[in-house]
Design a protein. Structure first.
Length: 372
């Protein structure tokens, strides 16, 4: 068995999305070390059986000096720890961790879980990030993608060798943990829509609020709720003052952030995510596992999960008007029709997005890398 170095731009990412993988790799006999940003969740990562190393990193922004220092830290870390393999998630660990792995002869397994703001817009930053990705992934043994669109884009731009590009079913979902039978059904009216996301514009939050105003004009009793992190470090972040203004207006109810979203999903009638693009939306997987219909956009990472008219409804991205139309259509469905959608969603994720398949693919990739 081997020492495996993990790196991601926030410790909570491991706790929330990688815990099952971590437990499986430890059960296989591997020693796991995580180089992550100290965001207050290091103790939770350590409770999984992982040794942690606090790694200073600015998740966003481009600073040649700061990024050079980060690369040097990765190189020093790999020379000191001598891992048998490196597993990276999120942009900077994939790029600079990947570069350091190549420089020190450590096999790298990368996960492109989403392309983010830099790829949603086409500008100088997009071109720079493409070049950096190309350098960071050049010597990787496996590069995982969470949807076919992202994989094809990286292959088209020659960022990654097609022979190294593989698909994952997102981060996978534990359908037993997200079992709707464990929770009470939604309370009596009003009808509740719920958006769960970081509070950034790229998640379609502004369109959701505008659509909520339109829907509530005809259905004043409908509740439109938001749950997710405020004060996010992101160029499209929505300010706390803006959210407080929406709450004062009465258009939305803000439910804060929680490490366990299951009670909130169980209390909602429909989950809404009008995102501009995702890797593979974990929120939509969670909603589907909880047998909830969803409304989301016709974009990569969202339309891969929701089947229009079967497990939920699809709307056009960046269109508050179309989103409002789909929200009104969801309200107009009968309770049995919505339940049928939710049950179909749970059946879909159980068959196609299992956590076990993600773990199997990682085990295979690690075994290949250790043979190199």
């Amino acid at each position: 068995m081997a020492k495996i170095l993990l790196s991601v731009n926030a410790a909570w990412n491991i706790v929330n999305f990688r815990a099952a993988l971590v437990r499986a790799l430890i059960a296989d006999g591997h020693e796991l070390v995580a180089a992550v940003v100290d965001d207050g969740h290091l103790a939770q990562v350590e409770s999984l059986g992982v040794r942690t190393i606090a790694l200073p990193m600015a998740p966003r922004g481009v600073s040649p000096v700061a990024d050079a220092i980060l690369l040097w830290r990765y190189v020093a870390l790999m020379r000191r720890e001598r891992p048998g393999a490196f597993l990276g998630w999120t942009i900077k660990p994939n790029i600079y961790g990947g570069l350091a792995a190549g420089l020190t002869g450590v096999p790298a397994i990368n996960n492109i879980s989403g392309l983010g703001t830099a790829f949603i817009r086409s500008n100088w930053l997009t071109r720079l990030v493409r070049r950096l990705y190309r350098a960071g992934l050049r010597r990787s043994s496996t590069v995982f993608f969470q949807n076919r669109h992202d994989r094809d884009l990286f292959v088209e731009y020659r960022i990654v060798d097609p022979g190294k590009a593989e698909l994952l079913p997102g981060s996978g979902i534990d359908v037993d943990h997200f079992d709707p039978a464990r929770f009470d059904p939604p309370p009596a009216p009003p009808f509740r829509f719920l958006l769960i996301a970081r509070l950034i514009r790229d998640k379609g939050v502004l369109e959701y609020v505008e659509a909520a105003r339109s829907v509530q004009a005809a259905h004043p009793d409908v509740a439109c709720e938001i749950m997710g992190f405020l004060d996010v470090v992101n160029p499209t972040a929505i300010s706390r003052a803006t959210v407080e203004g929406w709450v004062s207006e009465g258009v939305i109810a803000y439910r804060g952030a929680s490490p366990d979203v299951r009670p909130a999903i169980a209390a909602a009638d429909c989950i809404v995510l009008p995102s501009y693009r995702e890797g593979m939306s974990h929120v939509l997987l969670e909603a589907a596992a909880m047998a909830k219909p969803a409304i989301t956009t016709r974009v990569p990472g969202c339309a891969d999960i929701v089947r229009d008219g079967v497990t939920g409804l699809l709307c056009e991205p960046r269109s508050a008007a179309d989103l409002a139309t789909k929200m009104r259509a969801m309200i107009a469905l009968s309770q049995p029709e919505r339940e049928m959608m939710g049950n179909a969603a749970r059946t879909l994720v159980t068959a196609s997005f299992s956590e076990g398949e993600v773990i199997r693919l990682y085990r295979d990739a690690i075994a290949r890398s250790l043979r190199q």
